[in-house]
Design a protein around this ligand. Structure first.
Ligand code: PHB
Ligand code: FE
Length: 329
C-alpha cells in the first residue's frame, strides 16, 4: 500500500524556503515563517500563530526583557521570566494541554533566548511594518520577505529615573520627534504654573503628563514617566488589542485616564475565564497576581499602569505569603 502524504508536505516546505525568511532554532524549538504564519515546532507537535500577532507579541517580549511573569503570545505559546533564565513553553498554562500531558517547556539563559528572538524579529519584519504601531498606523507584515524595519524595532523603552523633565532625566517630547497623535488633538498642551514657597525653588517639579503621553508613537508599550524607589508610573496610549495576554507575577494597578478599555481576565494557570472588566475614564482596577489579562481599546486611549518593581514579590505571591489581591472587600 502506498501513502500519499509526502508530496504535499514537501511542497509546503519548499514553498516556505523560497520566501526568503531565515529559520531559527534554540534547544528543541524550531521557528519558521511563511507569508501569513509563524510555525513553531517542538518535540511531539507543532503550533501555528498568525504572523501579525506573533511579531507584535515578539516585539513586546524583546522590548520588555521578557516582562514581569508570563508573556502568553496566545492560549498555547509563551515565555515565563525567572529574571536571569526564562522558560519557553507550549501549553503550560492551558488546561487541555496539561490534562493530556501535551505541554512542553524548556529553560534558557535569558541572554541566549533574547539573541534568537531579536534576530527572528529583525529577519521576519518586512519593510513598512511596525509591530509597535496601531494596525491603522502601519503597513502589513504579510507576503515573501521584502526589506526590513530595524530602526522601528530598536526603539529603546523610555524610563524616567525620577520624573520626565527633571535635569538629567527623560526630556519632554517635541513636535519634531513626537507629534501629537491623530486621536488626541483635543488634549491641551499648556504647561503647569509652579509657585514654590520661598526657599523651595528648584525642589518642586511639574509637567503636563497628558500632553507628554499623547505624543507617544507606539501602542501598548508603557514608558515610565515617574519613579519613586520601586513604584513606577508607566503611561501608555492604547489602540486595538494588547497583543500578548499578560500573566502577571505581582499585583498591577490600572488607571484609565480617557476613553475605554475592555479587559478579558482569565485564571493565570488554566486560562479559564474569570472576569470582563470595562474601564472608563477615571476607573482604577487592581489586577490580582494569579490571573492573566488582555486589553481591547476600540479608540486610542490613555492608560497608566502602576507597577511595583520589587524583585522579592514573585516569590512572596508564589509561596502565598501575600494574598493575590491587594484589597479585601
Ligand atoms: C499589562 O500587561 O499590564 C500591560 C501591558 C502593556 C500595556 C498595558 C498593560 O500597554
Ligand atoms: Fe499586565
Amino acid at each position: 500500500m502506498s501513502t500519499a502524504t509526502s508530496t504535499p508536505v514537501s511542497a509546503a516546505t519548499t514553498k516556505k524556503q523560497s520566501l526568503g525568511y531565515k529559520t531559527f532554532s534554540i534547544g528543541k524549538f524550531n521557528f519558521e515563517r511563511d507569508e501569513y504564519f509563524a510555525h513553531i515546532y517542538y518535540p511531539g507537535n507543532q503550533h501555528i500563530i498568525p504572523i501579525d500577532n506573533f511579531l507584535r507579541s515578539l516585539m513586546r517580549d524583546v522590548g520588555w526583557g521578557f516582562f514581569y511573569g508570563t508573556v502568553n503570545f496566545d492560549n498555547v505559546f509563551g515565555t515565563v521570566n525567572h529574571y536571569g533564565t526564562v522558560e519557553m513553553f507550549v501549553g503550560l498554562f492551558n488546561d487541555a494541554y496539561r490534562k493530556t500531558n501535551r505541554h512542553f517547556v524548556e529553560t534558557f539563559q535569558s541572554a541566549d533566548l533574547r539573541k534568537v528572538f531579536e534576530a527572528m524579529l529583525d529577519d521576519w519584519t518586512n519593510e513598512g511594518f511596525d509591530p509597535y504601531a496601531a494596525p491603522d498606523e502601519t503597513g502589513k507584515p504579510f507576503g515573501p520577505k521584502h526589506g526590513s524595519n530595524t530602526k522601528a524595532l530598536k526603539r529603546i523603552r523610555q524610563v524616567a529615573k525620577r520624573m520626565v523633565g527633571l535635569p538629567g532625566d527623560l526630556p519632554y517630547r517635541t513636535d519634531a520627534e513626537y507629534p501629537v497623535n491623530r486621536q488626541f488633538t483635543d488634549v491641551p498642551q499648556d504647561k503647569p504654573e509652579i509657585h514654590a514657597e520661598p526657599g523651595f525653588e528648584g525642589q518642586v517639579h511639574a509637567f503636563n503628563a497628558f500632553g507628554y503621553i499623547v505624543r507617544s508613537d507606539v501602542t501598548w508599550n508603557p514608558s515610565v514617566v515617574s519613579c519613586v524607589h520601586d513604584s513606577q508610573f508607566c503611561a501608555t496610549t492604547e489602540e486595538h488589542a494588547l497583543p500578548i495576554t499578560h500573566g502577571n507575577d505581582r499585583v498591577e494597578w490600572f488607571i484609565q485616564v480617557c476613553d475605554e478599555i475592555v479587559w478579558d481576565v482569565d485564571d493565570g494557570a488554566t486560562g479559564r475565564p474569570r472576569a470582563k472588566v470595562t474601564m472608563k475614564p477615571g476607573d482604577v482596577a487592581a489586577m490580582p497576581a494569579d490571573i492573566r489579562h488582555k486589553g481591547y481599546s476600540p479608540k486610542r486611549s490613555i492608560l497608566v499602569v502602576w507597577e511595583n518593581n520589587d524583585d522579592r514579590l514573585p516569590k512572596m505571591y508564589a509561596n502565598h505569603e501575600l494574598k493575590p489581591y491587594p484589597v479585601e472587600f
